[in-house]
Design a protein around this ligand. Structure first.
Ligand SMILES: *Cc1c(COP(=O)(O)O)cnc(C)c1O
Length: 385
């Protein structure tokens, strides 16, 4: 029987009973660029760190195991992962993309990938008819679910069937729920992307990115690409992520508990006009996320009544940090309009629902009473104005 995910975040079963690395429980940081060869034609299994490094390999095995892939690739950031993945395509290829994506991904597609003559169609994958968008040159579908920041939920299994029927590569950016709550490969996706900077690393201290696949051909192409382009994660950063991922489960559970309480609290604030959190039964994606995931996560977005109040919330938080990024132990609040989604054209932004009144919270693992007290203090300042 497969071991539970908390165990797999910490231990590699294949290493057990071997007393490797002098028995060190913390996997060593192999801080080396190159490796000595015992003789001509023989190798220790490692030749040069751009190709592979033992610390990186250990991390990749853990990530492949918790995401249910045949292999994983550790890259220098989430964007490096998506950039490498784009090398699977060639000029003239068309990719169907979720419209409400992480802003950095949209920036990459529109400003870098397009110059390679890739074509993108942005649609709402939770509502629009994907099949209608498929053309002769369509090669892939790229989604996030829940989306960033509007928290729309798409049906991974349903999209996987469409992708299979048309021979398309189905890619899911699984950053928001992490492998702890959702495993898209098991639902039929071909490739999973992670910003390892977020929940997997979990401490807001290291950039990292992952590609995980269960497709043999994609795996071979990616091994060649990582060796050739050189964006593999540095050994010391691999070690930081190895340490962070050990507590993925307890962090996800605790931050989700906090998020559910905050979502319900926000709903009752007079300055809050709408809360987008897929763990609220009134959220349109509630039933679907319950079916395809094991949790709702700890990201939530809300509207306040006017822009002035949105800015006042940001100006007055103290315990909660006004900072971009997400998925760490610290609770962060962001203003998507000027931060994560600043490069998304205004009309697209507004169509997706990202208004000047939109705030996004990444709920951390602090004590819930302190987080609610902080929000209560900030919201009461809005009344005084
Ligand atoms: C942050 C993020 C990325 C980019 O990852 P970096 O590690 O910051 O390069 C990609 N997708 C999503 C959903 C993200 O939140």
């Amino acid at each position: 029987m497969d071991r539970g995910i908390n165990t797999r975040c910490i231990h590699l079963e294949e290493d057990e009973g071997k007393c490797l690395n002098y028995g060190a429980l913390s996997f060593p940081i192999f801080q080396t660029a190159t490796y000595e060869h015992p003789e001509v034609g023989r190798s220790s299994g490692f030749d040069y760190t751009r190709l592979q490094n033992p610390t990186r390999e250990q991390l990749e095995k853990i990530i492949a195991s918790i995401e249910g892939g045949i292999d994983a690739f550790a890259l220098s950031s989430g964007m490096a992962a998506i950039t490498l993945l784009m090398e699977l395509f060639k000029p003239g290829d068309h990719i169907i993309v979720e419209a409400d994506l992480y802003g950095g991904t949209t920036r990459l597609f529109d400003n870098v990938s397009k110059k390679n003559n890739y074509e993108f169609s942005y649609i709402n994958c939770s509502e629009d008819d994907i099949e209608k968008e498929i053309k002769d040159n369509t090669k892939a579908i790229f989604i996030e679910t829940p989306t960033n920041p509007m928290m729309n939920v798409s049906d991974i299994g349903k999209i996987a069937k469409i992708a299979k029927a048309h021979n398309l590569i189905f890619i899911v950016d699984n950053t928001f729920l992490s492998p702890y709550f959702q495993n898209p490969l098991e639902l039929g996706a071909d490739v999973v992307i992670h910003s390892g900077t977020k929940f997997i690393g979990g401490h807001n201290d290291t950039l990292a990115g992952f590609i995980v696949t269960n497709n043999e051909s994609i795996k071979e192409q990616l091994r060649f690409l990582i060796k050739t382009t050189g964006s593999g994660l540095a050994p010391i950063d691999c070690w930081l992520i190895l340490r962070g991922v050990k507590t993925l489960g307890v962090r996800m559970e605790k931050s989700q508990d906090n998020a559910i309480k905050i979502a319900n609290w926000l709903k009752n604030q007079k300055h809050v006009t709408k809360v987008f959190y897929p763990g609220l039964p009134e959220h349109p994606g509630y039933e679907l996320i319950k079916k395809q995931a094991r949790g709702f996560g700890s990201m939530l977005t809300f509207y306040v009544d006017n822009k002035e109040n949105a800015l006042a919330v940001l100006a007055n938080v103290r315990l909660i940090k006004y900072a971009e990024s997400l998925g760490g132990t610290e609770t962060l609040i962001t203003y998507p309009v000027t931060q994560t989604h600043a490069d998304v054209p205004e009309e697209v932004r507004l169509k997706n629902g990202i208004t000047n009144e939109t705030l996004r919270l990444s709920v951390g693992i602090e004590d819930i009473d302190d987080l609610i007290n902080e929000l209560d203090r900030v919201f009461s300042l809005l009344d005084e104005k």
